[in-house]
Structures are given as structure tokens and as C-alpha cells.
Design a binder for this molecule. Sequence first.
Ligand code: SF4
Ligand code: SF4
Length: 199
Amino acid sequence: MTEQEVRAGGAEPPGLLGSVKALGKGMATTARVLARKPHTTQYPHVEPDLPERSHGVIALLESNCTSCMLCARECPDWCIYIDSHKETTEPGPEGGRARSHNVLDRFDIDYSLCMYCGICIEVCPFDALFWAPDFAYAEGDIRNLLHDKDRLEGWMERVPEAALPEGGRGGRAAAAAAKAAAEAGPVTTEQTEPGRGAE
Ligand code: SF4
Ligand code: SF4
């Protein structure tokens, strides 16, 4: 008697022995699965052990951002809001030209619209955006899902070391300062204490 025959009603149903066998088979399957380690965890009582480069939230390294607007233009959801103004640096006493640069006034990401595609991170030419693994920032009020630049900068603490740009969490400014210090050479006792001669 095949299963198809039983389903089609063209054969006799299994007897008592067949039913007991089928029940035993089902119980054996249940016992096997019970002994396995579960794949699920009881969140939020148990935190998931995620890879450190998980795509949880976008962090902003403000010192690297030039307000070029590329991320905002490429974002398919139009959920990045940037405002900036220009400032001019006057030439120093040694001469040169006045230089102008953008100063970031506003950099917000609306996580109620974001679809976590990562395009903004990919297109940023200045290493100013990074993935951080944090995901637990759900809000009762949807308006609180708009993260401003201070909050986005705060996520930088959670960006893994391996993903950090030149200059680490300090960005290009820190890298430039470190380079300038290295070029200036080591600080000697004479430089720091000019009145003191060699002993
Ligand atoms: S991850 Fe995608 S949707 Fe979200 S802000 Fe970036 S570009 Fe926009
Ligand atoms: S985050 Fe990057 S792409 Fe976006 S405005 Fe700043 S420098 Fe430009």
C-alpha cells in the first residue's frame, strides 16, 4: 500500500501496528530535535553574539566630512539631511592666500526611512561614514529615529578597529597632526627647558 493510495482512498488505512510505528517514528524525531542546541536566543534577556562588522547603524566621523553632499544625493530614500556654511581662513603672518572651507551645521539620518543599503558609506570619498554593529535603538516615538550629527558621531566608538580610517577615530585631522609631529622630530630637553644646559 503506497502513501498515494492511502491519500486517494484507494486502499485500506493502516492497522493498529502501522499507527504505533508511525507514532514511534514521530516521537523519535521529537526526541532528536529536543537534544539539539537551539538556534534562537531569548532576546532581550540574552544578547546575540554578532560579528563585529555587522551592519547595525551608521556612524559619522565629522572631522572627515567635507559636506560634499554625495551621500545625500545618492541615498535612495532621501533620508540624509545636510546643512553647511563656508568659512574663510585668513593667511598667516608668513603670507599665502585666504582659504575657504565648508563647516558642517547639520548631518542627520532618519532611521525611520533608511533601508540600510550602505550606499552612503560606499560613495563617501572621504572615509566619513562607517557601519557600527549596534542595532538596539528602537524608539517608541518615530521622531526620535532622526539621529543628529552628535548621536551619529557617538556611534564611532563602536566601529571596529579594523574598519577605522587613517588617523583612527580622530580621522584625517589626527593623522595630519601625527604626521606634523613626526616631521618636527623628537622633543629634546633643550627645547622644552631652554634655560637648562646639558649635564
Ligand atoms: S544606508 Fe542607504 S537608505 Fe540608509 S542613509 Fe545610507 S544610502 Fe540612505
Ligand atoms: S559623509 Fe562623506 S559623502 Fe557625505 S557629505 Fe560628508 S564627506 Fe560627503
